[in-house]
Design a protein around this ligand. Structure first.
Ligand code: GLN
Length: 544
């Protein structure tokens, strides 16, 4: 029997609802249950694919090619279960489904309304997961009280009523702010938030109270009393040093135990050895390396969420602390000062990106890494910029450019758009003037690795599957010139048409990949490229 856990948030956003859900998933999994996590986002975009990373953080891509909310990254990193396109839905997508049914005449003349048609569509999304796991954890984005969340709250209320409360549980995550003038944590916003939730007919049975310091037991009792919740189901959720400590710390305060108790089920204690080992390694590093993360969304930590985490995973594997130095590439498009930013780092990672702003800065970072023999990891755009750099400065193709940029008549298209490529037997075609949303080369594609290459050694296999999200590719018509400039194409699509990996043969560690390996890295299963990159950075540290 599948049980459903709905996680809502109150008081403010950014409370770590996604992490909390992921951690609870990990704890239930550690007790031997099969879990599935999903996210419902109240915004109107069909998916986050067209949203700026400045506003919404990174876009997380699944194996099956969906552009999803970054919380799905947390879910995957904490449970190891690959997320799918059916694990994230938005208001926009719900309306799109309902409106296309309306156009098809599926509603047989009915007046189409928020209740029941929108709420039914939301319930369908949840119900689809029935039978796929012991526990389905469903996070509702946004904050209770938002106008946009209302149909989702109504839908989960109805759903709980339909399946019965022995199969549905509502967990509410709130904040206890610390007011310095009073010298205390305040419970009132939590009380109001629960009241708000109750006004739409949802009575949470567990409260996860986020706070930046110890919560007085009297305050917990007060919350229990005012909010009509069993005292031991008001759970203090304090800040921790590393996010990978969250499962351990939530277990200590009884979150998983109370969830099982709410459902009236017993289960063996969780096996948390893997999490203990991860936290032990993070807290006891044998050394430290600094990696420059060169990008243009560097003022929002969430823009490069998976990259940050994958670098940390590389550190865990090498028992080293990874310090990330954000370098805003657009500041260096028109000057060479980036050299000063890169001089004392042990490795340079140029991140994915879109558009011309910041591109020249990234090209300069690639040049620095090539010339100074600093480990270089180019991801997607970072590969493309490294290729442009070598074409211009080594192969002598001065006008080498990407057609993504302001492309002049006599420029040479080293990076261009493939208008078609093959996936399985089906041909996927993309033209330059189609909609932007969902039209990229998205999701997992295979690549064949060249025998004897560095990447073949790192992966320890001849074929890999990695996730993509891009429109442009390195132009294989210039293969000879690029090979003459010191690159080899060490990974290509199985049909040999698309470049997937370029590595320099005259450099200790210089690898560019067209895909996003960071999306598949996990703390307990770090991605081999990140493990190897951090190892190279550590070795580099010994040289300087
Ligand atoms: N803008 C580049 C492209 O579309 C790179 C995309 C990326 O880095 N994800 O191909």
């Amino acid at each position: 029997m599948t049980r459903f856990i709905f996680i809502t948030g109150g008081v403010v956003s950014s409370l770590g609802k996604g992490l909390g859900s992921a951690a609870l998933g990990a704890l239930l999994q550690a007790r031997g249950f099969k879990v599935r996590l999903c996210k419902m986002d109240p915004y109107l975009n069909i998916d986050p694919g067209t949203m700026s990373p400045f506003q919404h953080g990174e876009v997380y891509v699944t194996d099956d090619g969906a552009e999803t909310d970054l919380d799905l990254g947390h879910y995957e990193r904490f449970t190891g279960n690959p997320a799918t396109k059916d694990d994230n839905i938005t208001t926009g997508k719900i309306y799109q489904n309902v409106l296309s049914k309306e156009r098809r005449g599926d509603y047989l003349g009915a007046t189409v309304q928020v209740i029941p048609h929108i709420t039914d569509e939301i319930k369908n999304f949840i119900r689809q997961k029935d039978g796929t796991a012991d526990f389905v954890l469903c996070e509702i984005g946004g904050t209770v009280g938002d106008i946009e969340s209302l149909p989702f709250l109504e839908a989960i209320r109805q759903f709980g009523n339909e399946v019965g409360l022995n199969r549905a549980l509502y967990i509410h995550v709130t904040l206890l702010p610390y007011i310095a003038a009073a010298g205390e944590l305040k419970t009132k916003p939590t009380q109001h938030s629960v009241k708000e939730l109750m006004s739409v007919g949802i009575a949470p049975r567990i409260l996860l109270c986020r706070a930046d310091r110890e919560i007085d037991p009297d305050d917990l009792r007060k919350i229990a009393q005012f909010c009509n919740i069993e005292p031991n189901k008001v759970i203090p959720a304090l800040d921790v040093k590393t996010i990978y400590e969250v499962p351990l710390s939530y277990h200590k305060v009884g979150l998983d135990e109370q969830v099982l108790d709410a459902f009236g089920i017993k289960a063996p204690e969780p096996d948390l050895k893997a999490w203990e080992e991860i936290v032990r390694r993070i807290k006891n590093p044998e050394g430290e390396v600094t990696i420059a993360l060169v990008g243009k969304y560097t003022n929002l930590a969430d823009s490069y969420k998976s990259l940050n985490e994958a670098l940390i995973h590389g550190g865990i594997a090498n028992q080293n602390k990874v310090k990330i130095k954000f370098v805003e590439s657009s500041k260096f498009d028109n000057n060479d000062e980036i050299v000063h930013e890169l001089e004392n780092v042990h490795g340079i990672l140029v991140a994915g990106g879109f558009g011309e702003r910041g591109a020249e800065g990234k090209i300069k970072a690639a040049k620095f890494a090539r010339e100074r023999k600093v480990p270089y990891f180019g991801i997607c755009f970072g590969l493309q910029m490294a290729v442009l750099e070598a074409a211009r400065n080594v192969a002598g193709i001065k006008k080498a450019n990407s057609t993504e940029f302001d492309f002049k008549k006599d420029d040479v298209p080293l990076i261009g758009m493939m208008t078609e490529w093959t996936k399985g037997n089906a041909k996927e075609v993309r033209a330059a003037n189609t909609d932007l949303g969902g039209t990229m080369r998205l999701g997992a594609y295979p690549a064949a690795l060249k025998k004897g290459s560095k990447v073949a050694e790192i992966y320890g296999s001849a074929e890999i599957h990695e996730r993509h999200r891009h429109r442009y590719e390195v132009n294989m018509n210039y293969r000879e010139e690029l090979e003459g400039s010191g690159f080899i194409f060490s990974g290509v699509s199985p049909d040999g048409r698309l470049p997937e990996i370029c590595e320099r043969v005259d450099h200790p560690w210089f690898i560019g990949v067209q895909y996003h390996p960071e999306l598949k890295s996990k703390p307990f299963d770090p991605h081999p490229l990140f493990v190897s990159f951090i190892k190279a950075a550590i070795d580099q540290g010994r040289l300087v």
